[in-house]
Design a protein around this ligand. Structure first.
Ligand code: B3K
Ligand code: ZN
Length: 885
């Protein structure tokens, strides 16, 4: 908690460290009421700076210093200075050893940063700046050290003692206690340090690397979860193989461990050799986790594993470079998921997520470039911009350089910087040098915030047989950046003739006949590309695969969109055409609602959806995606001013119209798929995901009909399904339905059946928190009293409070402001317990400028109330003050 005005930290002030730490020897004595941490550091002056001997300033927070010795000599109180955030002393030689003993209190650490307890086990979370809550240290990523860690604890309570690297020794101490020593031979920054002590069970396997080295794999969990590890273990092995095959990256230690913990601020953490995971990101089995959860586990296991190279072996020089490891690693995990499942569906999901949430961030008060210039609290910058937009930027490099050139770039990057802490510039430089290109202008993606707009117009000249596309790019102002320079925007595109055939693409002036799909580089504010040899006006398919994170406008007519839905050879753009058609149809309804007219839906949308449903040869996952209307959050994001009620009414009206008009084909697809699900054991694999996805979206539409036979089918699915994917969908649609009795019975049955499974109870909370029926806030308030709820567990906060504020627009944005007041109350409470979670929950309030005047006043009022509520953490302070600026 801060006591002084938080400081702004600027990238431009970066300086190399004054001292380096070659070796770090740690001994932890874990007790129930305190932990003692003994550290012995081998330090030396960083000669890159100069020869002088400035004071040594170590980070440290919430530490009680018990002993301090320099080169073996205990220091008296006059020989060092201590304040809330640091310990300073004057070394007398350029290389020396420093020993400290501190006392810390993991047992009362509710911020879940540093060393803390999750249930009965000890665990750590050090990224970004949590290590300074464990011991005095140079807690910055450009200080890399070899760690040797000894953990001592009660034998019975904590039979398993883990840290990074390889186990090197263990033994007992008296009757009750034991110890284990771990050594990590790879130099690493302190943010990758980890320790775990607990009564854990493990599943084990092994992996033989490309160079025939045997690696032991272990997933540690609390005993009751031992039957939920197989999917993560299989995902880990697939990730290890994939990284060898696609990036040539081999694992380096003899052992790789994952530990599942219940109380965790985010998804997972890539600590060297000892990944610590939110249990929700590792545990999965058919009966308790949905298909989406299975895919999430696979992706997060891969993401953390991939960090071993993109993050650990090559790390960040400073936290402004966070996207260097996060954007790149998201890009790598997306490639992995695309290869393991349907690549097009993965792309659709990622783009829908980016456009709904990252674009909103980019248009709000916290907008920042993927390499920010400044921050107050780095924890606030683990954002969709750093992660998802960061991944898009890496993806654009791959699009521009081609798969081979990109791989040459990553090879050079890893080879050149192995063991170093580097910058985004170093990454781009490796790409430039491996490909002999100049990426100076491209680098604007790293320094300019905001989502570029790209308005495209066309011109067909029948006489000259040319077809021109003119691109106008612009980027709205963002905090601190009024004016933007043009970006390099790769546009993957194709041109279709009247039969839907792809035309060869030859730009005017080019000699050779072009291929039918190519990438144009838009680099200027206004730029025209003219294609030659066009006998008829073609239909453009633009931004294929979403080749750049921009808002593209083109005056498509609805018939053209229907045509693209059917004929575009790019699967992503078939979906995109459907979304554009749906957005237009929904905008009609919103306009009718505003004019108090009877709502009438464009039949063309229904016709297009019917032809998808009636075509058995299409990929079912794609059909399911295309049947999903744009979310309320996305419709809000693309509106100048979001009218929550109008959006909700319009979308619900469209859903009912689809349900009514397409009842027959939906019912047919539902029954056929449910029949297969009934007779096939659960398999976590793409084609099964696809079948269940279509079955479940069909059920959601069908239930809107309120017909008795559909209710019966829904109850059958709820009661008989052998997996959570089918069961949870049945529960969701019941909860959203008017069948009060069935709903209550199902909710009660579910809560009783899964009372002992916290992750399933999170889903139960989430389903109710997201229900748009009236009375949502009161339901959530009531659920906060449920014995399974606790505000101290981040998963519970996200499942109930987060789902309500982010996914239940009509209830959260109630006209009387009660939803806002509720959220602000929770943020104020969380601020004292867990600042990182508090600040995350704030984000719906930061979007206040998106809403009508009355709501703006209410939302702003709550932000002001938070600001005035007392001592704010730097996390909450930064978000609130920037939102009000
Ligand atoms: N690197 C961690 C995130 C740490 C967040 C700290 N507040 C997980 C990941 O991105 O892999
Ligand atoms: Zn990551």
């Amino acid at each position: 908690m801060r006591t002084e005005q938080p400081k702004v930290i600027h990238l431009k002030d970066y300086q190399a460290p004054e001292y380096l730490i070659d070796e770090t020897h740690l001994t932890f004595e874990l007790y129930e009421d305190r932990t003692l941490v003994h550290a012995r550091l081998a330090l030396r002056r960083n000669l890159e700076r100069d020869q002088s001997l400035p004071p040594l300033v170590l980070h440290g927070q919430e530490l009680e210093l018990l002993a301090l010795a320099l080169d073996g000599r205990q220091l008296g109180p006059k020989e060092y200075q201590l304040d809330e955030n640091q310990l300073s002393l004057q070394p007398d030689s350029p290389a020396f050893s420093l020993e400290t003993t501190v006392c810390i209190h993991p047992e009362s650490n509710t911020a879940l940063e540093g060393l803390y307890k999750s249930g009965k086990m000890f665990c750590t979370q050090c990224e970004a700046e949590g290590f300074r809550k464990i011991t005095y240290y140079l807690d910055r990523p450009d200080v890399m050290s070899v760690f040797t860690t000894t953990v001592k604890a009660d034998k019975k309570r904590y039979p398993i003692l883990l840290s990074n690297g390889n186990p090197v020794a263990s033994g007992t101490e008296g009757d009750d206690r034991h110890w284990a020593t771990w050594n990590d031979p790879f130099k690493k920054p302190a943010y990758l340090f980890a320790l775990v002590a607990g009564d854990l069970k493990s599943v084990e396997d092994s992996f033989t690397t490309m160079n025939d080295r045997e690696v032991a794999l272990r997933i540690y969990v609390e005993p009751e979860n031992i039957d939920k590890c197989q999917h993560a273990l299989d995902s880990l092995k697939r990730s290890m193989r994939w990284d060898e095959q696609v990036y040539g990256r081999e694992y380096d230690l003899d052992i790789f461990m994952i530990v599942a913990v219940s109380d965790f601020n985010m998804g997972a953490m890539e600590n060297k050799g000892l990944n610590i995971f939110n249990s929700g990101a590792v545990l999965a089995r058919a009966e308790t986790a949905t298909d989406a959860a299975h895919q999430r586990v696979e992706a997060i296991v891969a993401h953390e594993y991939f960090h071993n190279w993109s993050g650990n072996r090559v790390t960040c020089r400073d936290w402004f470079q966070l996207s260097l490891k996060e954007g790149f690693t998201v890009f790598r995990d997306a490639g992995f998921s695309a290869d393991m499942n349907s690549a097009t569906v993965k792309r659709i999901e990622d783009v829908a997520y980016l456009r709904t949430h990252q674009f909103a961030e980019d248009a709000g008060p916290m907008a920042h470039p993927i390499r920010p210039d400044s921050f107050i609290e780095i924890s606030n910058f683990y954002t969709l911009t750093i992660y998802e937009k960061g991944s898009e930027v890496v993806g654009m490099l791959r699009t521009l350089l081609g798969a081979e050139g990109f791989r040459q770039g990553t090879d050079l990057y890893f080879a050149r910087h192995d063991g170093q802490a580097v910058t985004c510039d170093d990454f781009v430089k490796a790409m430039e040098e491996a490909n002999q290109v100049d990426l100076t202008q491209f680098k604007r993606w790293y320094s300019q915030a905001g989502t570029p707009h790209l308005a495209v117009s066309e011109h067909f000249d029948a006489g000259a047989r040319t077809y021109s596309l003119t691109f106008h790019q612009s980027c709205p102002p963002t905090p601190g950046q009024k004016h933007k320079e043009p970006f390099v925007i790769p546009i993957a595109l194709g041109l279709l003739d009247q039969n839907g055939q792809e035309l060869p693409l030859r730009l005017q002036g080019e000699q050779t006949v072009g291929s039918s799909s190519r990438v144009l580089s838009v680099t200027q504010a206004k730029q025209t590309f003219t294609f030659a040899g066009m006998t008829h006006k073609p239909l453009p398919s633009l931004l294929r695969g979403f080749s750049a994170p921009v808002k593209l406008e083109f005056p498509y007519e609805r018939d053209q969109l229907m045509f693209l839905m059917q004929h575009d050879s790019d699967g992503f753009n078939r979906w995109e055409a459907g979304q554009r058609l749906a957005v237009q149809a929904l905008h009609d309804l919103i306009a009718q609602y505003h004019c108090n007219e009877t709502l009438v839906i464009d039949q063309r949308l229904l016709t297009a959806l019917r032809s998808l449903l009636e075509n058995d040869s299409l990929d079912q996952a794609m059909v399911a995606e295309m049947l999903s209307l744009p979310s309320e959050a996305y419709l809000a994001e693309i509106s100048e001013t979001a009218d929550v009620e109008a959006i909700h009414v319009a979308r619900e009206f469209a859903r009912k119209a689809i349900a009514q008009t397409l009842f027959e084909p939906l019912w047919q697809r539902y029954q056929a798929n449910r029949e297969v699900s009934r007779s096939t054991p659960y398999v976590a694999h793409a084609e099964h995901f696809a079948r269940r996805a279509l079955q479940n979206i069909a059920l959601a539409y069908l239930m809107l009909s309120e017909k008795a036979e559909v209710l019966a089918a829904c109850l059958e699915q709820f009661e008989q399904a052998d997996n959570m994917t089918e069961r949870l969908t049945a529960l969701v649609v019941l909860v959203h339905s008017p069948f009060e009795e069935e709903k209550a019975t199902a909710l009660a049955w579910f809560a009783e059946r899964f009372a002992n499974d916290p992750l399933v109870m999170d889903q139960w909370f989430g389903v109710q928190a997201g229900c748009p029926l009236p009375g949502g806030l009161e339901r959530v308030q009531h659920l906060m009293q449920h014995p399974a709820f606790t505000i101290k567990n981040p998963n519970k906060v996200r499942a109930l409070i987060g789902a309500f504020a982010n996914q239940n627009h009509v209830n959260f944005h109630r006209r009387d402001g009660a939803g806002y007041r509720f959220l602000a109350d929770q943020v104020i409470m969380l601020n004292a317990l867990n600042p990182q979670i508090a600040s995350r929950q704030l984000s719906p309030l930061t979007r206040w400028r998106k809403f009508d005047q009355a709501r703006q006043v209410l939302m702003k009022g709550e932000l002001e109330r938070i600001l005035a509520s007392g001592e704010l953490s730097s996390d909450v302070y930064e978000v609130v003050s920037k939102s009000l600026a």
